[in-house]
Design a protein around this ligand. Sequence first.
Ligand SMILES: NC(=O)c1ccc[n+]([C@@H]2O[C@H](COP(=O)([O-])OP(=O)(O)OC[C@H]3O[C@@H](n4cnc5c(N)ncnc54)[C@H](O)[C@@H]3O)[C@@H](O)[C@H]2O)c1
Length: 453
Amino acid sequence: MPSMKPQVFQINRRRFLKSAAAITAATGVPGWFLEIEEAHAAQSKPLGPNDRPGIALVGCGSQGRGDSRGAARFADVLAVCDVDDSHAEAAAKQFAKGGTVPQKYNDFRKLMEREDIHGIINGTPDHWHTFVNLLAVKTGKDVYTEKPLTLTIDEGKHLVKSVRDNKRIVQVGSQQRSDRNFRLACELVRNGRLGKLQHMIVGLPTGPDEGPFPEKPVPAGLNWDYYVGQAPLTPYKVTNCHGNFRWWYGFSGGQMTDWGAHHNDIAQWGNGTERSGPVEIDGKSLKELISGGYETASKYRVDCKYSNGVTMTIVDESTVTDRNVVGGGKTTPNGVQFIGPDGWIFVARGKIQASNEELLRKPLPESAIRLYNSSNHMGNFFESMRSRKEPICDVEIGHRSIAVAHLGVISIRMKQPVKWNPEEEEFAGENAKEANKWLAREQRKPYDYSFIA
Ligand SMILES: NC(=O)c1ccc[n+]([C@@H]2O[C@H](COP(=O)([O-])OP(=O)(O)OC[C@H]3O[C@@H](n4cnc5c(N)ncnc54)[C@H](O)[C@@H]3O)[C@@H](O)[C@H]2O)c1
């Protein structure tokens, strides 16, 4: 839970000074901030040798296996599951330990019946996240789930309720929250370092713009019907499966939801709206889609307004706004720009910059608002499994962050600005009735909610 109280830390100053100078030089993170971080790390209780829970990986692609490599430091991988046999096989081999090979499954519902599995790593494509997560929490498991948390806003509402009803821990894989650069930027902004925050620019990658693609035979060992799941059944094409699912609307929302899940999360954190959302959203696709090609916008711009008066523009990197403060007027760099009357702060992976170095250098006072401090996103999940306290990217935060991206996609697809009521989580204004139809999608049978009942 975010701590709002000033905290007092004991630190070993000599040890701190040695490493801090190098980190400050490389990343721009000031020494005073590292000092607090160091003290926090020293206070964290490491997991004991008997604290190793049993976990299972569902969705054994590149990210799921990467996550599980991190999780294997804290837990034993007892089972793996994939609708592609070759992926399940590769993961079982990877996580075999001391002669014990994780059991393979091709239907996650079977795996959830096991009582020796306490946690799930969910590395499935976006359109499967909610089903896996819902069943996991209903069967008493905690979850580390990849972002984007959901395919629709309606899924998020269901999931948040179910997580709370079942008293489960869900950590969303928006790992930038556990990266000091992002926390520093958000803490400074939240404490008024820029004056009253006025505007945020979220720079996301430009999406691929390719196609049309030919149909291909489904590879042996891949259950394509199950893979497609709730989405409308489409022919297999290689370019709509492993890794590339995110450019197809049935499975995802393109870069708006893929990278948007990361950077919108940071913008909402800095703006103090991580459990709320914007009230006005005006999204536009800036390039026509190729017929038969990828179905999600490659170039796009979404202008949002929050009830606190802060405005936000989400754009792909090739699009420049009149308020860009970094990027030299030619691109919008991948990251988040916070702008206020007293200057700006730009934060990205491995980088933090400000209009004036003093904005970063001057320490925050003892009484400053301190945000939730985690330096290891996966480690934080296992800490929460043990303490039953909220992880740094709790399910509601993940839901609200991705809702911003879903709202942008909805406005783009409706070709109209929309108004949003973040308290009721429903659209408002003149076109509310039409917009509310976009909150959920039709789920193809048998892959609707009854699939996991
Ligand atoms: N946090 C990050 O920085 C980050 C980075 C990359 C990907 N991701 C996220 O991780 C997720 C997976 O992405 P990826 O790049 O690893 O994709 P991928 O295509 O490599 O892997 C997805 C795997 O899930 C399997 N799968 C599909 N449906 C399934 C089902 N119903 N049950 C079990 N397995 C199923 C696929 O066969 C595949 O092996 C995505 O949601 C993506 O957004 C997050």
